[in-house]
Write a protein that binds this ligand. Structure first.
Ligand code: NAG
Ligand code: NAG
Ligand code: NAG
Length: 189
């Protein structure tokens, strides 16, 4: 009797396993967070691979004041593009102040409803500029340092050049030749 029940339980578990594609929707965000520049278009995507397929998609914004459903075409910036098993929310001309936050997609099939949440962050144009400004600042500092260094060095260098350049030149003609002779003589002997 007990053995028969165990076998039955085993079949029941196998049955649940085998039907993994079917049943209520299992909505997943393709990317659970997005980080996009202001002015650009965000594309938030949800999918459900369950059968029967999700046929109704609802997008909404999660705010402290409650959930706000996003209608297709609202503010001429929010567009919903849905098909069976997949839905996209396009947000055009992203705004730094208004648009960052949590968005949820709610997918409903004949078997039920499930939802996923996507976090949207919006980067300012300035943020994209910072690395470039950093390099410009670095170059400016380097150029300034080199300029100051050169300006301080120049009078000394000119004097040094005069001392070092002309003095040895006058006296170096003969000793150099002598040295040359000595070497040659040494080589000959
Ligand atoms: C959403 O709106 C756009 C333009 O306003 C339209 O082309 C599109 O068919 C609409 N989509 C749905 C699912 O209503
Ligand atoms: C809507 O999505 C389908 C694929 O799911 C795509 O082929 C189509 O171009 C999209 N339409 C818009 C207006 O984004
Ligand atoms: C999802 O939308 C359905 C109606 O389409 C609604 O009944 C349900 O409460 C929503 N689920 C959540 C978690 O908001």
């Amino acid at each position: 009797m007990a053995a028969a029940r165990l076998v039955l339980l085993g079949f029941a578990l196998l049955g649940v396993d085998g039907a993994s594609g079917a049943g209520p929707p299992r909505v997943k965000a393709v990317k659970s967070s997005e980080h996009i520049n202001e002015g650009e278009t965000a594309v938030l995507v949800c999918e459900s691979k369950s059968a029967p397929p999700v046929t109704d998609w609802v997008w909404y914004r999660i705010t402290d004041a409650g959930d706000q459903v996003i209608m297709n075409g609202s503010q001429s910036r929010f567009f919903v593009n849905s098909s069976q098993g997949r839905s996209e929310l396009h947000i055009k001309n992203l705004d730094m102040e208004a648009d960052p936050g949590k968005y949820a997609c709610n997918g409903t099939s004949s078997e039920g409803t499930d939802q996923a949440v996507i976090t949207l962050r919006v980067r300012s144009h300035l943020a994209a500029l910072w690395p470039f400004l950093g390099i410009v600042a670095e170059v400016l500092v380097l150029v300034t340092v080199i300029f100051i260094y050169e300006k301080r060095r120049k009078p000394d260098d000119v004097l040094d050049d005069d001392d070092a350049g002309s003095a040895p030149l006058k006296g170096s003609g003969k000793p150099l030749n002598d040295k040359g002779k000595n070497i040659r003589q040494r080589n000959n002997s």
